[in-house]
Design a protein around this ligand. Structure first.
Ligand code: AMP
Length: 220
């Protein structure tokens, strides 16, 4: 069995999965696979995948499972994922979770943990509305909780900070509904497999990071 971190970050949009996944990637030397980032890049580059996915993303719906599953299977084979991986935003449906089990089985691996980051809905809306992303390097900021030094400019690369189209209030509501109906059942799916570790996602970025490391304690 391959060593290393092989985890899923599970939680509603705005739970802080992206921020924490970027940190875990550095801390554990594992790769971060964010299906949302991959799709947004494909949309920006107007690839066939991007053209097919953009309508779903803009209305806050999920992209069909078959478009996502192969993409993750290929990404997992890349060299930077050999020491381990953190899945952020995948799986998002029970069929995706079943496909992931099969993909990993073929690779001779199993997951060693699923972190469910828990955040109340009120906090989520506040977080998503203030979220900004660097167009250049993908760094994440929050206007109130983690503001950049200069307005709309990335501290790290000087890139422009923008709001994701799907972080507008009307789309946020749709995404939360999709989470409740299609993604939340994964909590039970992974609990039944003894993989679930719950983490309180309210607090500072550092607080949540420490809780995650503690929750992962025996994984590596
Ligand atoms: P995220 O950045 O994870 O919030 O994803 C942004 C959007 O990309 C979602 O609202 C979906 O439209 C799409 N998306 C990302 N990951 C998936 C996935 N695993 N399955 C289906 N759609 C996805």
């Amino acid at each position: 069995m391959a060593a290393g971190l092989r985890v899923v970050l599970l939680g509603p949009p705005g739970a802080g999965k992206g921020t924490q996944a970027k940190f875990l990637q550095e801390h554990y030397g594992a790769c971060q696979i964010s299906t949302g980032d991959i799709l947004r890049k494909a949309v920006a580059e107007q690839t066939p995948l991007g053209k097919e996915a953009s309508g779903y993303i803009n209305r806050g719906a999920l992209v069909p499972d078959d478009l996502i599953v192969n993409l993750v299977a290929e990404r997992l084979k890349e060299n930077d994922c050999a020491p381990g991986f953190i899945l952020d935003g995948f799986p998002r449906t029970i069929p995706q979770a079943q496909s992931l089990d099969e993909i990993l089985k073929k690779m001779g691996m199993v997951l060693n943990g699923v972190l469910a980051v828990q955040v109340p809905q009120k906090v989520i809306v506040e977080r998503l509305a203030g979220r900004r992303t660097c167009k250049g390097c993908g760094a994440l900021y929050h206007l109130a909780f983690d503001p950049p030094k200069a307005v709309a400019v990335c501290d790290r690369c000087g890139g422009e900070l923008v709001q994701r189209d799907d972080d507008r209030e009307e789309t946020i509501v749709a995404r939360l509904k999709v989470y409740d109906t299609q993604t939340a059942p994964l909590v039970d799916y992974y609990r039944e497999r003894n993989l679930l570790r719950s983490v309180d996602g309210v607090g500072t970025v550092d607080d949540i990071r420490n809780r995650i490391i503690q929750a992962l304690g025996d994984v590596k």
